[in-house]
Design a binder for this molecule. Structure first.
Ligand code: SAM
Length: 294
């Protein structure tokens, strides 16, 4: 084992599983207002941010998660102008959203200013547009409170819940109250996507969300992406809408929208978009069972 300090991912300790990353250099380590933060350089994953022992983002593979959490909902919607991001403190999803010229407003509600300050200082080469683009409205608040105040900030075509896992301040973002209020923030025909964990390790996170969405949305479902640092196989993203068309957009339409948006991507393609909803059986069974209205 190298003599370098190893930083442990402790998110799955209760499952008897822990992994660690050799730190070539620790850039920052400390306690923010709400979470412990560590930022370090790793030979394979580049710059890595952990909050409360859970990997949040790495510069080597963030493109996968950021592209799939932004382009899937926006291209499925087709006429997206107003986007709300809950969480997203590294500002990397917002950076992808801003690539869509048709988006005229992107509100980001991040609870921990320390993460945002961090992102500006240490990830600026990746998220610079967030700090330069006038379409961004950056709000420091609890996403729970923000969505409860729908009448005061207008409605959105797409809501992206880029939260931490359901621990610490992120727990409320998996609650019925949050989802009910978030739904009220959607325009008719809008949709919400959520970070919903790796079902091989965190099945309850997915089942819990789908069980709430069963009676909230007409067409709740999930899609997947393979993200190296979110270990345990496919990561799921919740897909909530009451417009059944949005999950079934034909490939040809996605191809037209993708071409028109002139996006440069490294993971997202229209084919990957369609395929992402073909859930591996064990994940589909979790979703179908949680959505069973009988
Ligand atoms: N991609 C990461 C993942 O999948 O775990 C998430 C990245 S982003 C850093 C998660 C952000 O959610 C953090 O910056 C955290 O501060 C923020 N957050 C947690 N709870 C929140 C809440 N209740 N309201 C708003 N932001 C919250």
């Amino acid at each position: 084992m190298s003599d370098k300090q190893h930083i442990a991912e402790t998110l799955f300790d209760e499952l008897g599983f822990r992994m660690s990353f050799a730190a070539e250099q620790i850039v920052f380590q400390g306690q923010g207002d709400l979470q412990s933060l560590i930022l370090f350089e790793n030979k394979r994953f580049g710059r890595m941010l952990m909050l409360d022992g859970a990997t949040q983002v790495t510069t080597a593979d963030e493109f996968i998660y950021s592209e799939m959490m932004s382009h899937v909902p926006i291209l499925a919607h087709g006429r997206c102008e107003d986007v709300l991001i809950i969480g997203g403190g590294d500002c990397l999803i917002a950076e992808e959203v801003l690539k869509h010229r048709a988006v005229r407003r992107c509100v980001q509600v991040e609870i921990d200013k320390a993460v945002l300050d961090f992102a500006k200082e240490y990830f600026i080469d990746w998220n610079r547009p967030f700090f330069d683009d006038k379409r961004i409205d950056s709000v420091i608040a609890d996403g729970m409170h923000f969505v409860a105040d729908a009448k005061n900030h207008g409605r959105f075509d797409v809501i992206i819940v880029d939260s931490t896992d359901p621990q610490g301040p992120g727990a409320v973002l998996f609650s019925r109250e949050f989802y009910e209020n978030a739904k009220l923030c959607l325009k008719p025909g809008g949709l919400m996507v959520t970070q919903n964990g790796v079902p091989f390790f965190q099945p309850d996170e997915l089942v819990g969300t789908m069980s709430i969405w069963r009676n909230l949305f007409t067409d709740p479902y999930a899609y997947v992406a393979a993200i190296p640092t979110y270990v345990g196989g496919h990561m799921t993203m919740g897909f909530a809408t009451s417009d059944k068309e949005l999950r079934a957009v034909p490939l040809s339409t996605l191809e037209q929208r993708f071409a028109a948006a002139k996006l440069s991507t490294r993971y997202y393609t229209p084919e990957v978009h369609k395929a992402a909803f073909a859930l591996p059986r064990f994940i589909r069974d979790l979703v179908v069972k949680a959505l069973d209205r009988s």
